[in-house]
Design a protein around this ligand. Structure first.
Ligand SMILES: *Cc1c(COP(=O)(O)O)cnc(C)c1O
Length: 498
């Protein structure tokens, strides 16, 4: 399988090369030249496989320049012992129609682990396979969860260094402590005075800056990306949509071929794009439901066909979705408009220059025929957490609550009773302040730190505090750098001493 850029500037690239470089040289994103197909026969076989075997099947189709043994070695390192559930991704049946796909049993308690536990291993092998001798410098922009998952994934991985930029005032207490206490000899976490979009643009600018790349090359360094623009992150995310379907089939919750809806709380459009790829590969899907928070630029886009980022950035209680520029949408545009890269390039240029673009009706109709979208405000999120707790004795985090609330809106609006899988993207412990507020009332959290709330939530829910979140408050702070948006490049140069 070879890869090409969504903007037309590169083609015939191996998966190892695409994973190593992260972003195409023309600023576009790497996409496979065609989508692998998974037949119903294969899906039936998958029902008897473990998560790791399923991953081998899907990844093998896309990363065919890796030997099967290499892929299996990466899979084993990622999912072999670091997850706290033997199914890796279990599902919970809330009602006859509603299934929760728990994607947060990895070491950092958010779904980002699904891909970031394996990406470092794929990347290190990609470097070897392409004969690259430079040290890989992974730059990451994070709204909170990617940063920790990437730090944890790359920690002490030979031949790499990782530098994470997070919005200093835009992440939760727990998210921040997870990052600034990170251990490892090759890891750096830096708070920036700006929001996620600032961090993401800053990183993109560094990536595409010729001067710094030259300087790096002279010193034996090269950049790569652990953000979901990297194909090595997207491909592992396709796996769990097939996996959950196979589990539903194995447990006789669906018949083979029965269509399902998939609901995804969305920010950078990576997770839901993986669901779209799964659909195009043959997963029986009726609707993909894109759930946004008040930064509802995607909801507007899916309804109207106009993407308009010219609005205020809203800080919400689902911070991992506080994003106005959803990078991976570019890949959907590419697929949906018949792979017309010149049009994608124009739209992306308009977005960069004017802050908005409008797609043609034909492409919009195609997108709107499979995607449906709505958004939740802050009250709706809290109310959903409370009502799900009261009705099902099940506790969801704020992001998952957006998914459930939007799903309710979908059912009310369409009357559709198709069985639906809702991606649960974080453990409720990770966003415990809002979760406790929702189920125990505002007073319950007054004067308490997020660390004290961990225990309170554990007591109330009967769940155990995830290992990675325990004792965070007393861990040594190892990263104390803060910088302005315009100093990000300087920061990188300092760390690398170039
Ligand atoms: C990253 C994240 C999201 C958004 O996922 P995208 O792939 O960026 O759309 C949703 N919820 C949580 C908890 C996340 O960490």
């Amino acid at each position: 399988m070879l890869y090409e850029s969504t903007r037309g500037g590169a083609a015939g690239i191996t998966s190892a090369e695409a994973i190593k470089t992260g972003i195409a040289p023309d600023g576009g994103l790497f996409v496979p030249e065609r989508l692998a197909k998974v037949s119903q026969e294969k899906l039936i076989q998958m029902a008897d496989m473990s998560y790791m075997e399923r991953a081998g099947l899907i990844l093998g189709a896309y990363l065919d320049d890796y030997k099967p043994e290499e892929i299996n070695a990466c899979i084993k390192k990622a999912y072999g012992s670091k997850f706290n559930h033997d199914k890796i991704v279990p599902f919970i049946k809330l009602s006859d129609q509603m299934f929760i796909q728990e994607l947060w049993h990895g070491p950092t308690s958010a779904f980002k682990d699904m891909a970031l536990q394996i990406l470092p291993h794929l990347l290190v092998r990609a470097v070897k396979k392409t004969g690259e001798e430079k040290e890989i410098i992974v730059l990451v922009a994070t709204s909170g969860d990617t940063g920790k998952a990437a730090l944890e994934g790359f920690k002490d991985v030979k031949g790499t260094k990782i530098i994470v930029f997070f919005p200093d005032e835009g992440v939760s207490e727990i998210q921040k402590m997870q990052m600034i206490t990170q251990e490892g000899e090759n890891v750096y976490a830096i708070g920036i005075k700006g929001n996620f979009d600032d961090a993401q643009s800053g990183v993109k600018n560094i990536f595409t800056n010729f001067d710094i790349k030259e300087k790096m090359a002279q010193r034996g360094f090269m950049f790569s990306s652990a953000n979901s623009i990297n194909w090595g992150r997207l491909a592992p995310q396709i796996v769990y949509y097939f996996s959950t379907y196979a589990d539903l089939f194995a447990r006789k919750e669906v018949e083979m071929g029965e269509l399902i809806n998939i609901v995804v709380p969305t920010g950078n459009f990576g997770n839901i794009l993986a669901a779209y790829y799964a659909y195009r590969m043959g997963l029986p899907v009726n609707r993909l439901i894109c759930a946004s928070n008040e930064n509802n630029v995607l909801t507007e886009f899916i309804i109207s066909g106009t993407y308009d980022r010219r609005r205020d950035f809203v800080k919400t209680i689902s911070p991992s979705m506080d994003i106005l520029i959803s990078s991976n949408l570019e890949r959907l545009l590419y697929e949906a408009n018949g792979r017309n890269f010149s049009r994608v390039r124009e739209w992306m240029q308009e977005l960069a220059k004017e802050g908005f673009y409008k797609i043609d009706d034909e492409t919009h109709d195609k997108i709107a025929s499979i995607f449906w979208s709505e958004y939740s405000n802050e009250n709706e999120i809290l109310n959903t957490i409370r009502s799900i707790y009261e009705e099902y004795n099940y506790i969801v985090d704020t992001h998952t609550a957006v998914g459930i609330d939007v799903y309710d809106k979908y059912v009310i609006s369409t009357g559709d009773v198709t069985k639906s899988v809702i991606a649960s993207t974080a453990s409720p412990f990770k966003f415990n302040k809002s979760v406790c507020t929702a189920i125990l009332g505002k007073e319950s959290v007054v004067g308490k730190s997020e660390f004290e709330l961990l225990d309170m939530l554990a007591e109330k829910s009967g769940l155990v505090v995830p290992e990675g979140l325990k004792g965070l408050d007393t861990k040594e702070i190892r990263h104390n750098i803060r910088c302005g948006v315009n100093e990000m490049r300087r920061c990188v140069e300092k760390i690398l001493r170039i």
